[in-house]
Design a protein around this ligand. Structure first.
Ligand code: ZN
Length: 582
């Protein structure tokens, strides 16, 4: 069997054109509450970039880091009032549907300006003459902010990167026709407004939401839940009406997928890939800039990586179901962290000093990690970098050995001048479900510079808002367990939302308990998480008509094959019916 890695190299050569990627790790929106509030996973660009590089879809030398767009380029399209309003937390909070207390304007605008800069640079790059006369393709992993108009912003769009790019090309003297294929699940209202006066711009759109007539746009609005076939038929129609152009912008929206929190179309991942392949064929001879636009669900990164697979290697191969880009990334980073770096090399001199009583042995976490080693690991995994963007640093790790287990704390300076507790965990090696696992007695992820509000309510066990890095931390604990030869990571979720956050990676040890939990998730679907977890905590949820009290049993992330009887889980799930009383 040929590995997909090698296959992709061959296919890259066969299809003859290297895909360029535009990406920066600061593409991750520094908004910890974004995912819980909107379904948008800020890791989307990271996941797609890591996957495309790992699978050899794109060469490392073809990944470009953009520069921040400057004010002069933005002001060719946008009104000064709009641009000036973008340094206010309230404005940005409204645009991104989060709370003003969550927004650090300069940091958030860095993300937006990098993405916009990339769209502009990509557009300029793909118009440069190519050696074999082939048309270049550039994929920017963040952009397609099509709801931003001349003087208004909204719907996750602060500035309109495509309109700014078209204005930049015009300024450079480019007079050719521009085709904009907007395949996001929502209509391109902002783009249409910004480019209304450019007679050489054609905009085609297929969406699943009717926002009224959009002058100047070849618009198709499909019925809700249309699915792959209906969508692809509409796409063929639109492509047949697309005029010849000298550059194309393609908004390959990830919110076309079924299950998306905001899009209503209902495509499969295979359908979205087919969309990208057909568009790639249609613009084969046209230099093109590809953008992800929206995508508000767990699979949005797969749609974006799929766009890369379609463009780079013309592949229909699905990304395997269980593929976890974060676990893969952390495994690669872990391989470069030596035991001596993590556990501290207690050199002979130090041992002698210890014996002489002149130096105390450092406190170790789980008998292995030093505080310095933990700090290094948090840096390498990118956790500290993310926290710096939220306004924290410098950092300090403190380890203490206690009766219950080992306590590790990460403290960070804050912009307010104080030092704050950011991460605290109490860990122990323990037997669970017949195996030695890493047991988490306690874990808290704290963002004390953020504030609770009506739109960001306090969850039952929270003192301050969370950091939005639960997935990073559980992946990091899994790496720790692997290093220490343990079979998994276990904890006891004290509330429904904690179990819910871990539901993709962790399972309850007892199959009947797992089944009941799955039934609870099923029956509370559609209830916002803060409301659901409060209802469970306050006894307002009934199981088969009787008041239900949360069962804080052990959940485990198994790192070795661990059979759980699926029939027992399913039987318990089907037998349980939860209802919510007001
Ligand atoms: Zn959208």
């Amino acid at each position: 069997m040929v590995s997909s890695h090698l296959q992709n190299r061959v296919r890259r050569w066969l299809f003859g054109r290297d895909l360029s990627l535009w990406y920066d790790q600061r593409y991750r929106l520094p908004l910890p509450s974004l995912e819980a509030r909107t379904g948008f996973d800020a890791r989307r660009a990271d996941f797609a970039a890591w996957y495309l590089l790992e699978q050899n879809v794109v060469r490392p030398g073809r990944v470009h880091r953009p520069s921040r767009i400057d004010y002069a380029e933005l002001s060719r399209v946008h009104a000064p009032e709009l641009l000036e309003s973008l340094d206010r937390p309230e404005t940005l909070a409204r645009i991104f549907s989060v709370d003003p207390g969550d927004v650090r304007p300069a940091e958030l605008m860095t993300t937006v300006r990098l993405a916009c800069g990339a769209t502009v640079e990509a557009a300029r790059a793909c118009l440069r003459p190519q050696p074999r006369g082939v048309a270049r393709r550039e994929l920017n992993l963040l952009g397609g902010f099509h709801h931003a108009g001349i003087a208004r912003a909204g719907g996750f769009c602060a500035v309109n990167d495509v309109a700014v790019a078209v204005a930049a090309l015009r300024e450079d003297g480019f007079r050719g026709r521009v085709a904009i294929l907007d395949l996001d699940a929502h209509p391109p209202d902002g783009t249409a407004e910004c480019l209304r006066s450019d007679g050489e711009v054609w905009i085609g759109s297929i969406s699943g939401s009717d926002w009224g007539p959009l002058p100047g746009v070849d618009e198709t609005v499909l019925p809700e839940g249309v699915g792959d076939d209906g969508y692809l038929r509409a796409l063929e129609g639109l492509l047949s009406r697309m005029p010849a152009a000298q550059i194309a912008f393609v908004l390959a929206g990830g919110d076309v997928l079924s299950g998306d929190a905001l899009g209503k179309l209902g495509l499969t991942l295979a359908g979205a890939r087919e969309r990208d392949l057909r568009v790639a064929d249609a613009v084969f001879r046209v230099p093109s800039v590809w953008l992800p636009a929206g995508g508000y669900g767990q699979d949005a990164w797969r749609a974006l990586a799929g766009t890369g697979l379609a463009l780079g290697v013309r592949s229909r191969a699905p990304i395997p179901d269980g593929y976890d880009p974060l676990a893969r990334r952390y495994t690669r980073i872990a391989a470069k962290l030596s035991p001596a770096e993590l556990g501290g090399a207690a050199g002979e001199d130090e041992l002698v000093l210890e014996e002489l009583g002149q130096r105390r042995a450092p406190n170790l976490l789980l008998g292995f990690y030093t505080a310095e080693g933990l700090e290094l690991a948090l840096e390498r995994y990118g956790i500290l970098g993310g926290l710096r963007r939220l306004g924290y640093g410098p950092f300090r790790v403190v380890v203490a050995n206690e009766a219950l287990g080992d306590r590790a704390r990460l403290l960070g300076g804050g912009e307010d001048g104080g030092e704050h507790l950011l991460i605290e965990s109490v860990l122990e090696k323990r037997q669970v479900g017949g195996a030695a696992v890493l047991y988490l007695h306690w874990l808290t992820l704290r963002h004390p510079l953020a504030r609770f509000s009506e739109s960001r309510p306090r969850l039952p066990d929270q003192e301050v808002p969370g950091l939005g890095i639960a997935r990073e931390m559980s992946t990091l604990f899994a790496q720790m367990a692997l290093r220490l030869g343990l079979a998994g990571v276990a904890f006891r979720p004290a509330a429904y939302h904690t179990a819910y956050a871990g539901r993709v990676q962790l399972r309850f040890v007892d199959p009947a308990r797992q089944g009941r939990f799955e039934a609870l998730v099923r029956d509370l679907a559609g209830v916002p998480l803060p409301e659901a977890t409060s209802a469970v905590a306050q006894g307002r949820v009934r199981l088969d008509g009787k008041p239900y009290a949360w069962e804080p049993d052990e959940m485990v992330l198994w790192l070795r094959p661990h059979e759980q009887d699926p029939a027992a889980v399913a039987a318990a799930r089907e037998a349980a019916r939860f209802t919510l009383s007001r």
